[in-house]
Design a protein around this ligand. Structure first.
Ligand code: FPP
Length: 246
């Protein structure tokens, strides 16, 4: 039986979040420049997204570039931005063919103009697709996002739209960049690192975490399916007892 067939379609995570890590190490292992790792990371992105669509996952969010990544060597940052523009350009047709809606979260105002324009175009073109929403976290950090949400709510209080007591978990969630999505139920990180790295800190409160030694460029849909099968074996208690949830 294939891995896809082993997945229980009634217990799918509605939202899978991924930290794509290990591109640099993958390239180094092969005696190549880091950029070579990022280029091959795109192959993994394509296969993982297609695999998510085939499995019926409605939301997948990829950590493509963190706020902290701006501190990398200028040449690597520029190469990553170029790769992003080229990939979005090239893959829009694949997104359309697969019914995937593209979305982006993060401080997009920091992206180079060309990159932002390409992104906006692809987001617009794919906006009517409804099989799966692919969100790219770009120039994203969770603490930035939480501070922005707090500012938005403070502004609403100041303008008299809401009272401080109206602020609750739901309103706060809706004020985040992921306001229109369900929280991720499964978070996958590749390359054997056991960290969250400022990624969706609020939204991952009850997510199941899955870590694999695989470096991102080697990650394929079968690895996603293994993570989903592992997720489906777990007992999600949300603070209750095992007896209560069963
Ligand atoms: C982490 O590996 C990866 C990144 C910072 C960039 C991720 C980008 C891609 C996979 C390519 C473009 C993506 C899209 C969505 C088009 P690392 O460089 O930190 O690896 P290391 O930890 O081994 O150094």
């Amino acid at each position: 039986m294939s891995l896809l067939d082993q997945i229980d379609k009634n217990k799918l995570p509605k939202h899978v979040a991924v930290i794509m890590d290990g591109n640099g190490r993958w390239a180094k292992e092969k005696g190549k420049l880091r950029v070579f790792g990022h280029q091959n990371g795109v192959v993994a992105v394509r296969d993982t997204v297609e695999g998510a669509v085939a499995a019926g996952i409605p939301f997948i969010t990829l950590y493509a570039f963190s706020t902290e990544n701006w501190n990398r060597p200028k040449l690597e940052v520029m190469a990553l931005m170029e790769l992003l523009v080229a990939t979005i350009n090239k893959e829009t047709k694949t997104l359309m063919d697969n019914g995937v809606r593209l979305n982006a979260i993060g401080n997009l105002s920091l992206l180079p103009e060309r990159c932002r324009r390409q992104l906006e175009e692809a987001i617009h073109k794919t906006s009517a697709n409804s099989r799966c929403t692919l969100t790219l976290a770009l120039s994203y950090s969770s603490r930035w996002e939480i501070v922005e949400a707090a500012k938005k709510l403070a502004q609403k209080v100041q303008e008299g739209d809401i009272a401080p007591d109206d602020i609750n978990e739901q309103l706060f969630s809706e004020s985040l960049t992921t306001g229109d999505m369900p929280d991720p139920e499964l978070m996958i990180r590749t390359s054997g690192e056991f960290r969250i790295s400022n990624y969706l800190l609020w939204q991952l409160a009850y997510a199941e975490l899955y870590f694999t030694q695989k470096l991102w460029p080697d990650f394929r849909r079968e690895d996603l399916y293994e993570a989903i099968i592992d997720y489906q074996k777990r007992e999600r208690r949300f603070g209750m007892t095992s007896e209560q949830v069963n």
